[in-house]
Design a protein around this ligand. Structure first.
Ligand code: A3D
Length: 320
């Protein structure tokens, strides 16, 4: 059987980490694309030179030509600009929308059968625009945000309770911004929901609220520390778990930005919800029951995404 082909569109901080992780996991041969000459070629060569040490058999190459992504099984998009201190994700909209138009055209021409994972911010609006620009089926274009946001929450909780990260589950839903919605009811330690852990005296409601707030601001915390860019190790690991779920038909239940067709009362918009990822792409959206407060917060988060999509459609009328 031929190896899978993975195209990484954007070879910056996340792109480089994606290539390294995809190599280590032998997910397939890797093509790194970027408009910056030499960067994808240099990173591909550097990682290829590490492969004899770690013993992974994949081919890596770098390119400035979309032709090289021809026939890709998975495309992961990080092309565009990242946040610097003082910038919100939404500040990136104008620049990154133009980038999505180019990327969408490239994928449409050379990789129309790929499973596409968008990471570029502002995430929910960019993945919505990318699906429209590329014309690929909606179940084959998804956005990475929920896996990362949930992973941040899991890490904070494992630290708080001094338990293994393996025993913590968490769902952070909604748009990938300050309005994201951590769901307490479905956040558990070994199956014990957070509200029960509060009752058991493991933590308090106030402390949980502080942890939720840190999760919402998790991206900003890293931007403030790094000063030169945004997070890349955890975002890359999160997208790789989604790519692996597709390529290995794992049927994983992951919170991802997916196109909703009436689920959660939302039409033709990308918002983070739990979804089964397998060989059919985004195979099934799971509609969970939320508390009234979470429902309200989710609706507010979806409204913030809708506003960004409106702004996009104002800039690029062909998106309507
Ligand atoms: P960075 O290291 O700047 O890499 C971006 C790369 O895109 C650079 O190498 C650019 O040369 C390249 N690029 C720019 N324009 C184009 C183009 N038209 N075609 C191809 N390549 C292009 O950024 P990064 O890797 O740190 O972050 C990439 C994106 O991910 C940014 O938009 C971030 O805001 C976003 N991000 C999202 C999350 C989510 O959870 C959704 C988390 C972290 C970062």
């Amino acid at each position: 059987m031929a190896r899978n082909k993975i195209a990484l569109i954007g070879s910056g901080m996340i792109g480089g980490t994606l290539a390294h992780l995809a190599g280590l996991k032998e997910l397939g041969d890797i093509v790194m694309f970027d408009i910056a000459e030499g960067i994808p070629e240099g990173k591909a060569l550097d990682i290829a030179e590490s492969s004899p040490v770690d013993g992974f058999d994949v081919k890596l190459s770098g390119t400035q030509s979309y032709e090289a992504i021809e026939g890709a099984d998975v495309c992961i998009i990080t092309a565009g600009v990242a946040r610097k201190p003082g910038m919100s994700r939404d500040d990136l909209l104008g620049i990154n929308l133009k980038v999505m138009e180019q990327v969408g055209a490239g994928i449409k021409k050379y990789a129309p059968n790929a499973f596409v994972i968008c990471i570029t911010n502002p995430l929910d609006a960019m993945v919505w625009a990318l699906q429209k620009f590329s014309g690929l089926p909606k179940n084959m274009v998804v956005g990475m945000a929920g896996v990362l946001d949930s992973s941040r929450l899991k890490h904070f909780l494992a630290d708080e309770f001094d338990v293994s990260i393996k025993d913590v589950t968490a769902f952070v839903l909604g748009g990938h911004g300050d309005t994201m919605v951590p769901i307490a009811k479905y956040t558990t330690v070994a199956g014990i929901p957070l509200p029960d852990l509060i009752k058991m005296g493991w933590t308090t409601k106030d402390r949980v609220e502080e942890i939720f707030d840190r999760t919402r601001k998790g991206g900003g915390e890293i931007v403030a520390l790094l000063k030169t860019g945004s997070a890349y190790y955890a975002p890359a690991a999160s997208a790789i778990s989604m790519a692996e779920a597709y390529l290995r038909d794992q049927k994983r239940v992951l919170p991802c930005a997916v196109n909703l067709k009436g689920e959660y009362g939302i039409q033709d918009m990308y918002v983070g919800v739990p979804v089964i990822i397998g060989a059919g792409g985004a195979e099934r959206v799971i509609e969970i029951e939320m508390s009234k407060a979470d429902e309200k917060a989710f609706a507010a988060s979806a409204a913030a995404v809708a506003e960004l999509c409106e702004t996009c459609a104002g800039i690029a009328p062909n998106l309507k």
